[in-house]
Design a binder for this molecule. Sequence first.
Ligand code: AMP
Length: 249
Amino acid sequence: MKILVAVKRVVDYNVKVRAKADGSAVDLANVKMAINPFCEIAVEEAVRLKEKGVATEIVVVSMGPQAAQEQIRTALALGADRGILVQTDAELEPLAVAKCLKKICDDEQPGIVLLGKQAIDGDNNQTGQMLAALTGYPQGTFASELVVEDGTAKVTREIDGGLQTVSLKLPAIVTSDLRLNEPRYASLPNIMKAKKKPLDTKTAEDLGVDVSPRTKLLKVEPPAERQAGIKVADVAELVDKLKNEAKVI
Ligand code: AMP
């Protein structure tokens, strides 16, 4: 069975994101980029399924600028077999990504499509769900456990206050939550080997997908600075301030 994994190039989670001075966008100049952490978990899960003999091939796909090849190569170093870059400099919305992935699903016929539950840049949490709607495949979102056997995927989902387990008929879409697994580090020999693995480049036009945005970004602004705290002399002063300044009691 083939597994398709969608990986997004995002600002590294360790970087403190800044808005551009004119508030038009996030400032990406000289910022370290990386695989979206939830996508890394999705890659790890695919590799584990291959190690168990469930999967035979792992295809990684990313949509984005030419530099997104770096994130595909990282996924190849983690154990994926080949990559597809849908190269575009356009600002991609989840619907455009899902439409491209649908075309790739039509070509590749994967048994499972693994995605992250959300990309940490836009926090959309939409692409997997939209892809399920476009393909008609069942979906198991927010997966914290995945067991594949007898043509089904049993997905344990993290929901408010507990866990829900669903059984999906393959082919299916699964989106990874944080606790699905702990991704491995790529070893140096595997990083070297990944350079030789096949990486195909296409464009959205090749796939016949219109990726033009449907929403307009109006403004990006940093959160308000927190004011410094103060020390109070005693409980009476604290109660007075809570009552008369903060007005919370
Ligand atoms: P989102 O719906 O934007 O929060 O993204 C959810 C997941 O969809 C990500 O974790 C990826 O697996 C996938 N995805 C979103 N955008 C892209 C992209 N440009 N290229 C590849 N995968 C993507």
